[in-house]
Design a protein around this ligand. Structure first.
Ligand code: PEP
Ligand code: MN
Length: 338
């Protein structure tokens, strides 16, 4: 860290700053310039007390050198992480294509959709059993029965399954039935949930909160990593903006932005980002071109009867056509859909 001292700080204040730095277990390196004094603080700046340095009288600014997310950072691990979900690898040139309905609605319904997405080339099946709905009156999901159905259908089609977990109390149950947890946008900063998932070794798809910065997303990943669970895949799914012709604003720059700062894989969810089937194919392709480690697309064979997110679902044949382009693009960027 570098502390910039106020131009009018007294010698006593500067001595006090140095004393506090040393009391906190850091070393200090003072450079007195003609106009300003700056103090280099040497030690692990992620120590919780480091923050308090900004409150010492005479300190004007504190500049951090290290990223506040240590385990998630590229500094900590140079090579890309590869996360395994069942037999599927995500990252390091292996693309995840996560597809399925928003919600698990019935065994037959999920099975029909799974047949289509598997045939088209998806490698992970999705479906929510616990649905985080803005309205308490909207469809809330099938709960445990939905998890069983998802497991059955995934096994039948030899696809690992991902499903949302909303509460620390659901972690053990979801862990039992799914191959990957999904932490949804609304729960990205549910820190108790992240800590609980950190205690497991099951992969997690961590979606960006709708008003979260890229740094916030990486800090949330850090919660899971700090618990010892290294199997974190990030997901850009758009953030709230003033634009009202799309459901959210897709921040495609988050992909290279995250990749520069972190070794964790990141995939893109154009379904929740745009909310519009007419935009999903081009945004899926843009995601692959931007270097994403995969995509997450909602597919339904009868969107008008879907119990949630029907209007944004791709039809199976639209998804199959999109997958042809995805494979071509993957080859062009040197990636594969295993
Ligand atoms: C979902 O994947 O169905 C979902 C609710 O996503 P998000 O948390 O990104 O809104
Ligand atoms: Mn959905």
């Amino acid at each position: 860290m570098i502390l910039v001292i106020k131009p009018d700080a007294t010698a006593e204040q500067i001595d006090h700053v140095i004393q506090r730095i040393e009391e906190l277990g850091f070393k200090s390196h003072v450079s007195r310039g003609e106009q300003r004094t700056i103090i280099g603080v040497i030690g692990d700046e992620r120590k919780p007390q480091a923050e308090t340095l900004a409150a010492i009288p005479g300190v004007e600014q504190v500049h951090h050198i290290l990223k506040p997310f240590k385990l998630a950072s590229r500094e900590f691990q140079k090579h890309d992480s590869i996360v395994k979900v069942g037999k599927i690898r995500i990252g390091g040139g292996h693309l995840a294509v996560v597809a399925g309905p928003c919600a698990v609605e019935s065994l037959d319904g999920l099975n029909r959709i799974a047949v289509h997405v598997k045939k088209a080339g998806a490698n992970i099946l999705r479906g929510g059993a616990f649905k985080p709905r803005t309205s308490p009156y909207a469809y809330q999901g099938m709960g445990e029965e939905g998890l069983r159905i998802l497991r059955d259908v995934g096994d039948k089609h030899d696809m690992p399954v991902v499903t949302e977990v909303m509460d620390p109390r659901q972690v053990a149950l979801v862990e039992k039935w799914a191959d990957m947890f999904q932490v949804g946008a609304r729960n990205m900063q549910n820190f108790d949930l992240l800590k609980e998932i950190g205690q497991t070794r099951k992969p997690v798809l961590l979606k960006r909160g709708m008003s979260a910065t890229v740094k916030d997303l990486l800090m949330s990943a850090e919660y899971v990593l700090a618990g010892g669970n290294t199997n974190v895949v990030l997901c850009e799914r758009g953030v709230r903006s003033f634009e009202d012709s799309t459901r959210n604003m897709l921040d495609m720059s988050a992909v290279p932005n995250v990749k520069g700062q972190s070794h964790l894989p990141i995939i893109v969810d154009p379904s929740h980002a745009t909310g519009r089937p007419d935009l999903i194919p081009s945004m899926t392709k843009a995601a692959i071109a931007a270097g994403a480690d995969g995509v997450h697309v909602e597919v339904h064979d009868c969107p008008e009867k879907a119990l949630s997110d029907g209007p944004q679902a791709l039809l199976p044949d639209q998804f199959a056509r999109l997958m042809e382009d995805v494979r071509k693009l993957a080859a062009a960027v040197g990636s594969t859909v295993d």
